[in-house]
Design a protein around this ligand. Structure first.
Ligand SMILES: NC(=O)c1ccc[n+]([C@@H]2O[C@H](COP(=O)([O-])OP(=O)(O)OC[C@H]3O[C@@H](n4cnc5c(N)ncnc54)[C@H](OP(=O)(O)O)[C@@H]3O)[C@@H](O)[C@H]2O)c1
Length: 338
């Protein structure tokens, strides 16, 4: 079943990436296809205000992050509990799991025996997922805050309904891709814990103080690639926050809420869409953090790169058309390359 989900996610990322790649082929016979894909991908300044058919306000972006915060938090908590129960570092199985096991008719030491029989690699990967989901949580929380308090969406900015639905799918599937290998077991554990909570009550589910160390300690023992990935992610996270602040302040001195200006500062020095570049850096960080051995993570990364590079190319063309004094040395998204 887990393999079924991983397969579904892989097919979904390929299905999202392929049309963008085909639309990017510079072949005159494919121009019509490029225009179709672009029609779905356009939003905000690159979308004509007149083309409001099948569109929703661009400020609906906050729906993506509201969904992402709820979903990622759930996956994070459930995966963390799952990893804890599988952890080889824990000498005593969690009190909770004994209740779970009792409720499901298993033996008290079900999880303990299971953890012993599990491959070391599998246990390690569950802690790695907790780490990756923590990074994702940091991202979606910041994006929710920014889409409410930092960006000043113009009332006329719209996005295609297809782009909106793609965004909702993306923020469901991306956190899932970080823990797809054993997500079914994670769901099962979460269901059992909720049942316990209802049947046994909160008091019996409390952990002793020493248990909390077991929730953090394995994270500190992750391999170097996790920390390198975390550092890359943080680098992208910081620059995206700065670039979003620049965009948020761009209309500060303008009379009109839907005025567009040439942004300056931070990575805007090099590219027209540094916030997209930062997003790619972050997903690159997740990929490196995962150890680069999971095909689902590679395909997720490929989708993010294709999707944002495609949107950045259109944004770059829009800036060049709109402003005569646009800095010509700027690239679209990859400094000195594209
Ligand atoms: N992971 C993914 O696949 C994915 C996909 C899409 C987006 N994202 C992320 O979501 C974030 C937002 O993306 P987006 O496409 O909505 O960004 P965007 O089109 O650049 O818009 C962001 C905000 O900045 C404003 N803005 C943009 N350029 C401006 C300018 N020149 N002058 C004044 N204001 C300007 C926009 O105003 P308007 O309201 O007038 O448009 C909007 O409020 C990005 O960081 C991106 O990486 C990720």
């Amino acid at each position: 079943m887990e393999m079924g989900l991983a397969l579904f996610l892989r097919v979904a990322w390929i299905a999202g990436t392929l049309p963008i790649l085909i639309a990017s082929v510079p072949w005159s016979r494919l121009h019509w296809f490029h225009d179709v894909v672009l029609g779905f991908a356009k939003r905000g300044k690159t979308m004509q205000p007149s083309s409001s058919k099948f569109t929703v306000p661009q400020k609906f972006f906050c729906h993506f992050y509201a969904l992402a915060v709820i979903w990622t938090t759930f996956l994070l908590v459930a995966t963390w509990l799952y990893a804890y129960n599988m952890a080889p570092f824990v000498s005593e199985p969690l009190q909770l799991s004994r209740f779970t096991s009792y409720l499901t008719g298993g033996s008290h030491s079900f999880w303990f025996h299971r953890s012993r029989s599990m491959k070391r690699e599998q246990r390690y990967r569950s802690w790695l997922s907790v780490f990756l989901l923590l990074l994702m949580e940091a991202q979606v929380l910041r994006r929710l805050y920014e889409s409410i308090y930092v960006f000043k969406f113009s009332p006329s900015a719209r996005m295609h309904i297809f782009g909106y639905l793609t965004g909702l799918f993306f923020y469901t599937a991306a956190p899932l891709s970080l823990c797809s290998t054993y997500v079914l077991e994670v769901f099962q554990l979460a269901t059992n814990l909720i049942q316990e909570l209802i049947v046994k009550g909160k008091d019996q589910m409390q952990f002793s103080e020493s248990n909390w160390w077991g929730f953090v300690n394995p994270l500190l023992k992750l391999k170097w690639h996790a920390w390198l990935g975390g550092a890359i992610f943080l680098w992208g996270w910081i620059h995206q926050r700065r670039c979003h602040a620049i965009l948020g302040l761009a209309r500060e001195n303008s009379d009109q809420i839907d005025d567009y200006v040439i942004p300056y500062g931070d990575w805007f020095k090099y590219v027209s869409s540094p916030h997209y570049l930062a997003e790619i850096v972050m997903y690159g960080g997740l990929l490196v953090g995962s150890g680069c051995s999971d095909m689902t993570m590679w395909l997720l990364f490929a989708f993010v790169v294709a999707n944002l590079a495609f949107a950045a190319a259109e944004t770059h063309r829009w800036y060049l058309r709109k402003f005569d004094n646009y800095p010509r040395e700027r690239f679209a998204i990859i400094p000195f390359v594209y």
